[in-house]
Design a protein around this ligand. Structure first.
Ligand code: G6P
Length: 611
């Protein structure tokens, strides 16, 4: 949800900002802009803004060569307030260019602030909430930057990560955050701020995560930090472990395809460190057996694909650990005044660890006395820091907007938690447990094998690329899988795709089925196979073109559907991890066939840090 970056140091800032923004474009790509200080406090800040992708800003600045200066801030936007136009693009300035601001987040009280500022004589150039911040800073700035920032943020409701330049302070970049992520980083050449680590990885690994309401001041000699009393604070820096290549395409046409292919390794990296002598070891989680036995109910919350993971986890956790599990969309949970019983464990699943609604749901649970456990991919993210217990997935950086490897590793984390809870609570036999551990360990290799169906999925995608609608059906765990399959297809191909519990079709949806409707049925759950075949027959007899996804050996499926895709055999509860691979590939190749920018589909952003 918008990416911000800032640099000051002993190099030209503009090319560094453009590179940084390129790595943040996954957060939004409606418009882009930069502000550069040329080092002379009598010169106005140089502002360059474009509508659309970053490449337009590259062209405008000749790859950063036209803007001379060693400090600056940059922004790539996911529009919230005001259309994606040049006027609404960041940076926003005030006081005839004395202050420039880039912002990620939403200022909820911007309308009230705007009225007050207009009374003070400020003239607004955009429809954005951010412009109020620029004017407030100008209003409060009397030569003391910390004081002006403190006074400004005290008036802001909502979420923000801000990058700030003052014309009369050349060589300095300022930042502050609340509920939107911001990191600071230092290298021999200077200092950086950014919304996320990939933006600074080509330059340094020395990173510091800002907490809420902390201010950072960058100079060419490094970074210093202040609290909201204006006092200096000490903060620790960490060394990022990823390689730069992990955030690059590495020869693949798109990040999504690369990340699909990284799934065997991501699964391996997530599962293997937790298996010792055939047993699941979750020491790092820090949950004692007593704590696990004291859990009476699980409440899962998440957004998007992570919510689909929760839908899968519900079946698995209830079946294995015998615990009742409720699943909510985080955006619903936080406002529906849920009744929370004692002994409920709140589980939040999030790749980024920054999703605004998931974070708010976590805080709601904590405020209501619940124990909390988060499954998160990004170390040091807000959800990871605020949850009582954290299970880190090891997917590595995920760049494509449509999640693939993060989803797979979240599933693996849920399986391991369910099995561990089950054995501690005595709801699973030793024999079942060992069988499941063996099957779990086999998943990375089975996914590798399945990636071999890529050509077939590409061929099928060609056949379906012109569909108007697609229906995905499944029962039980397969229903959870088709939710993800339908989302993958619709978000990157713009084909209207819906997932239905197969048994529910005849209560309305079947009226939409006509000759040529594309229906994809997933059928991997032994107990439900016959029932699902009946549903398939019902749809097929109304003229649908049927695609079946089932496990090897269930060859009877071929009699009912037009095309069949097989996944290797595993335990029933692990099929979601296999089924999703062809579904991801199908979505990817349909998107490609329709000429869509796979990694940056319209209107979407990877990290949704606003409500
Ligand atoms: C966005 C992404 C989805 C993701 C969801 C939740 O919508 O496009 O892929 O599932 O946010 O994100 P999180 O970081 O909390 O998993």
């Amino acid at each position: 949800m918008c990416g911000i970056v800032g640099f000051t140091g002993r190099r030209q800032a503009c090319p560094i900002l453009l590179d940084g923004l390129e790595h943040l474009e996954y957060r939004g790509y409606d418009s882009a802009g930069i502000a550069i200080s040329d080092g002379n406090k009598d010169h106005p800040l140089h502002i360059r803004r474009v509508k659309g992708r970053l490449r337009a800003l590259r062209e405008m600045t000749h790859d950063g060569q036209t803007e001379q200066g060693s400090s600056g801030i940059g922004h790539t936007r996911w529009a919230t307030h005001g259309e994606p136009t040049v006027e609404n693009a960041h940076p926003h300035v005030s006081g005839e260019g004395r202050v420039a601001v880039v912002h990620n987040g939403i200022i909820e009280n911007y309308q009230d602030l705007r009225v007050t500022l207009e009374k003070r004589g400020y003239v607004f150039q955009s429809q954005t909430d951010t412009e109020t911040v620029a004017h407030l800073l100008d209003y409060y700035y009397k030569g003391d930057a910390v004081d002006a920032i403190m006074r400004t943020v005290m008036h802001l409701r909502g979420s923000f990560a801000l990058g700030i330049l003052f014309q009369d302070r050349p060589g300095e970049v300022w930042g502050v955050r609340r509920d939107s992520p911001l990191i600071a980083a230092t290298s021999d050449d200077g200092a950086f701020i950014a919304s996320d680590v990939p933006a600074i990885l080509p330059y340094t690994r020395n990173v510091c995560y800002l907490n809420n309401m902390e201010i950072v001041h960058l100079t060419e000699d490094g970074a210093e930090f202040f609290n909201m009393d204006g006092e200096h604070i000490d903060k620790d820096f960490q060394q990022v472990q990823w390689d730069v290549e992990a955030a690059e395409k590495g020869g693949y046409a798109h990040f999504m395809l690369k990340e699909i292919h990284e799934q065997p390794k991501a699964m391996q990296d997530t599962i293997h460190p937790h298996i010792r002598d055939g047993r699941i070891v979750l020491d790092e989680l820090g949950m004692s057996d007593e704590e696990i036995r004291a859990v009476r109910r699980i409440q899962m919350v998440a957004c998007g694909s992570a919510w689909h993971v929760c839908m899968t986890a519900r079946y698995v956790m209830e079946q294995m650990a015998g615990l009742p599990v409720d699943v909510d969309l985080a955006s619903e949970f936080r406002y529906r005044n849920p009744v929370l019983e004692e002994g409920t464990l709140l589980m939040v699943v999030s790749q980024s660890g920054e999703t605004a609604d998931s974070l708010a749901a976590l805080r709601y649970g904590k405020d209501h006395g619940m124990r909390t456990l988060a499954i998160v991919n990004v170390m040091g993210s807000s959800i990871a820091r605020e949850a009582d217990r954290v299970f880190y997935t090891s997917a590595g950086p995920e760049i494509a907007v449509a999640t693939t490897k993060a989803y797979s590793t979240q599933l693996a984390a849920c399986y391991m938690l369910a099995m561990h809870f089950a054995i501690v609570r005595g709801t699973m036999s030793e024999e079942d447990y060992s069988r499941h551990v063996t099957a779990l360990l086999a998943l990375p290799h089975q996914i590798e094998q399945l990636l071999g169906c890529e050509n077939r999925m590409q061929w099928l995608a060609g056949k379906y690329a012109n569909s108007r609608d697609a229906f995905f059906i499944g029962r039980g765990l397969d229903y959870a899988s088709v939710l993800e399959g339908a989302l993958k297809l619709k978000e990157i191909s713009y084909i209207h795709a819906e997932a239905y519990a197969a048994g529910e079709l005849k209560h309305g949806t079947i009226s939409l089925i006509e000759k040529g409707s594309m229906v994809l049925a997933v059928a991997t759950q032994k107990e439900l196979l016959e029932k699902e075949v009946s549903n398939i027959v019902e749809v097929k007899s109304r003229g649908a073109t049927m695609l079946g996804l089932t496990m090897e050996g269930n060859y009877a499926m071929e009699d009912q559907v037009d095309f069949t895709i097989y996944v290797p055999r595993t335990e029933d509860c692990f099929y979601p991890s296999l089924v999703v691979i062809p579904l991801q590939l199908l979505a990817y190749y349909v998107s490609l066939a329709r000429g869509i920018d796979v990694d940056k589909p319209r209107n979407l952003a990877k990290s949704v840090t606003v409500e």
